[in-house]
Design a protein around this ligand. Structure first.
Ligand SMILES: [Fe+2]
Length: 296
């Protein structure tokens, strides 16, 4: 049974956000925020065990946590424990665990909404729309590593317990992240990437402690190293119209490449991007009209 939300935390102010930071950097560059979730009972290990039992089994992913930064996703080692054992023994069991789509549980869904309700008006200063709201909770052992990878969402990672070092690279740095790799990712390829030591000088390192959060722009490559304590983090993610359009363009460019064309990279020629989006929206509308059954 989950514990009730304390009155002090049931107010609107869960995150400390800076309007100018959003205008300058949202979905362009990483930036830190503050939050008030450190002592929230939904992040106690007993609550997280209850949540892991409530979520569908395919929404819980875990493995050994002593991985290299460059990890082949086809050979990620298991830890030999159940989900409950993994969370109970997280201090010692050298593991990494993520609870995905925690919004499927009403209490965690409400908390995600409360946080994102604060983010929404500021994100809207840069890009309209907030869709596909999803929450992820990461529970990891001291010293564990999240390998180098990219993610498809606008993300704020809120550090609840323990510390992390995040290495982050530019979403448009094509030395680190080739355009074709982004296209493959949005067409179903695995998120993990090979890290090359020459990348390091192109990245930024962020130290995260409880009460701090970090914005991850869409597909900004990153890897994460835990500090010497158990770590619990809450990732609040969403799409905007811009990020959805970007996915559409990357997928479309992949099709164009497969038929032998050389499309302009996404963002390089905004006029061409807009023309592609307009054409794809028109095609979708025509398809819907053709498919619509005739009126009786
Ligand atoms: Fe990530």
């Amino acid at each position: 049974m989950l514990q009730p939300l304390p009155t002090a935390l049931s107010q609107d102010h869960l995150c400390d956000l800076d309007q100018q930071k959003f205008i300058d950097d949202f979905n362009r560059r990483p930036f830190k925020i503050g939050h008030q979730l450190n002592d929230h009972p939904l992040f106690a290990l007993e609550s997280l065990i209850a949540l892991s039992k409530d979520l569908p089994a395919d929404r819980v992913e875990y493995n050994a946590g002593n991985l290299p930064v460059s990890q082949d996703p086809t050979s990620t080692p298991k830890n030999g424990l159940s989900v409950e054992e993994t969370i109970q023994r997280i201090q010692q069991c050298q593991s990494w665990l993520v609870l995905k789509n925690v919004e499927l549980n009403n209490e965690y869904g409400d908390l995600l909404d409360q946080c994102l309700d604060q983010v929404k008006p500021l994100a809207a200063l840069v890009s309209e729309g907030m869709t596909h709201k999803q929450g992820f909770i990461f529970i990891s052992s001291p010293g564990s590593v999240t390998p180098f990878h990219i993610d498809p969402e606008n993300n704020f990672l809120l550090q609840i317990r323990g510390t992390k070092k995040v290495w982050m690279f530019g979403q448009n740095d094509r030395e680190v992240l080739p355009e074709t790799q982004v296209e493959d990712f949005f067409s179903g390829a695995h998120r993990n990437m090979q890290f090359e030591e020459r990348f390091r000088e192109r990245g930024q390192q962020f130290d995260l402690s409880p009460g701090e959060g970090l914005h991850f722009p869409v597909v900004a490559p990153h890897y994460v190293e835990n500090g010497p304590e158990v770590s619990v983090s809450f990732s609040i993610t969403f799409q905007t119209q811009d990020s959805s359009d970007r996915q559409t363009l990357h997928r479309f460019n992949r099709h164009l490449r497969r038929i032998g064309l050389t499309p302009s990279n996404v963002g390089e020629r905004p006029g061409r991007d807009n023309a592609k989006l307009t054409m794809l929206r028109t095609l979708r509308k025509v398809k819907n009209i053709v498919r619509r059954p005739a009126d009786a």
